[in-house]
Write a protein that binds this ligand. Sequence first.
Ligand code: C2E
Ligand code: CA
Ligand code: CA
Length: 694
Amino acid sequence: MLAGSYNSLLVLFSLLVAILASYTALDMAARISTARGRAAHWWLAGGACAMGTGIWSMHFLGMLAFNLPIPMGYDPGITLLSLLIAIAFSAFALWLVCQKTLPWPRLAGGALLTGSGVAGMHYTGMAAMRMAPGIRYIASLFVLSIAIAILASGTALWMAFTLRRQSLWVRPLRAGAAVVMGFAIVGMHYTGMAAAEFPLGSVCGAVRGGMDAGWLAVVIVVATLAVLAIALIISVLDSRLEARTAILAESLAEANQELTYLALHDNLTKLPNRVLLEDRLDQAIQAAAREHGRFALMFMDLDGFKAVNDAYGHPIGDRLLVEVAQRIGASVRSQDTIARLGGDEFVLLASVAEPADAATLAEKVLSAVREPFLVAGRELRVSTSIGIAIYPGDGELQHDLMANADAAMYHAKALGRNTICFFEGSMNANVHEQLQLLQDLRLAIERRELVLQYQPKLTAPNGPVIGVEALVRWAHPAHGLIAPDQFIPMAEKTGLIVPIGEWVLDEACRQMREWRDAGHPEWSIAVNLSPLQFRHASLIETVRETLARHVLEPRCLTLEVTESTAMRDADASLQILQQLHGMGVRISIDDFGTGYSSLLYLKRLPASELKIDRGFIRELARDSEDAAIVSAIVALGRTLNLSIVAEGVETATQQEFLTRLGCDSLQGFLLGRPMSADHLIASLSQGNVPQPPA
Ligand code: C2E
Ligand code: CA
Ligand code: CA
């Protein structure tokens, strides 16, 4: 037999390469199992190449480390085949450990296949020497080498499968596993080599003068280390990126949750708000309809709350509301919904078997709230008036139930407060009044009962006047001057708003013409559009004709559309707004901040002005959250190039605060109440701040 010898440096290298390749393979397995879709395939392909190359070069280094006292060489074709075998079983092994489960039978089968692959690679590699006569193998060692290959593969597969999850200890564990695997692979190789016997007089058929074995070894070591290092670096970078993405996604999800919570809950008491209540009510109706069940809807209003507010101020009032909310919450069952509609109005939604149960529940709330409250060292007393509507008897629709519970609550108040009142049909008696009012409204235009008042809009903080808002009133022969809130909703429901709106627009433009002629060419007149008017097919034509009739440039006219109107059916709204904008008319988004505008949509709106809703201005100085919202709206306006108007400015503190926050213009009772055109001009000529008559 020819006596072989080993170059111990190369043996050591082959061990290092085996360990590094094992580590890379384990790392790749983790990558593949966390990656998704196409990325997972790329990781599998890349991982198989890196791991296959690594294991193969370990094996090839081992071959190079082995010397026979005859010239030696390797057949390139067969060598390449052994590399391909290495990549193929690597791919299979990686795929196997990335499955969701790895039961024992599958692990055993996998070990058998992978082990055969490793052995196949090794003995194909040996064959690349093309020895003549052929290599003789010692049967026992040969079998042992294959057994080691299978055992090592099984261990490696199991380790890779368990270590693929990211955890705190995974890196040190993985390093340990890589060392074990490296030794196993090397063990298989050298056992295989020990099994080989080369008869005396053998020649190596693959000798070809060229390549020096030493150089070949260096090239392979360097190339392999490069492949493995690159694979590892990419893998580490990718896992960092993935971790960052995961953190980002998590904080985004949290922010979303927070926003949803805010949109569905009352800020002060943390109770569900109207939106959430309506949703729960819908669900309750559906469930009760399905199961032929019953539930009670109770409207509750605090008696004497306003007095507390006036006497001790809003902060105390707010704290009282929180306490009241807690007491009501404590006296109802956990499955009942208690919501706050704003102010001192609460609503309770509770499933009941009998109307009597509703009465019992309401009594409980009544007596809980009647007990005195201790707020900031003061003893405060309030009571509640509760109106109850029962499904299905008092209404089967959300709207009816709400309206009827509300009507019942007003009755409870009228009965002397601190009482409960069930809804009865007669409570809707004012329906007749409403009908009469509607009859009158139909005739109001021709009877010339509608009038416009004008409220000035000033450059912050106190002038000059840049325009006015036209606000309609109804001078009713019997009821006196009726505010728009009292008849616009009815006009909207019946469609009467369209002729009324046309009249308002015409009258406002006529007045504007007069003011322009009288020397106020820089003013602009703002007219409110209700949702129905805004959607009406004739709107564009009406605006065009009205402007032409009074020979007004479109830029003198501002149309105010509420945020919620503009957001409803966003695409259709956008089209209407674009047509108006195209004509040159200015658009103002009214009551801004009360809807849920999508920023993307807002960016596309051709508006020139945002009007911050009065609700944010009212408690500005003491509510830092409102101040934050106003600043945010101002910042938003700046970015979108919109002018910001604050409406409902009633105090000098608000005026100063809003100016400091960056509002462009202000409107409100402090700077001028809505008043007749004559009065507006008269007060303007007297001083810079127009004031209403005493
Ligand atoms: P809006 O468009 O938000 O109009 C502003 C309302 O705030 C006006 O009430 C105005 O009088 C009031 N206001 C102004 N400054 C202050 C202040 O400092 N404090 C307080 N507490 N309130 C202030 P008004 O005139 O009763 O109008 C109520 C709503 O009726 C308007 O809200 C608008 O939506 C609607 N409206 C008024 N006129 C018309 C109209 O001609 N057509 C349509 N479609 N709607 C109109
Ligand atoms: Ca308005
Ligand atoms: Ca408004």
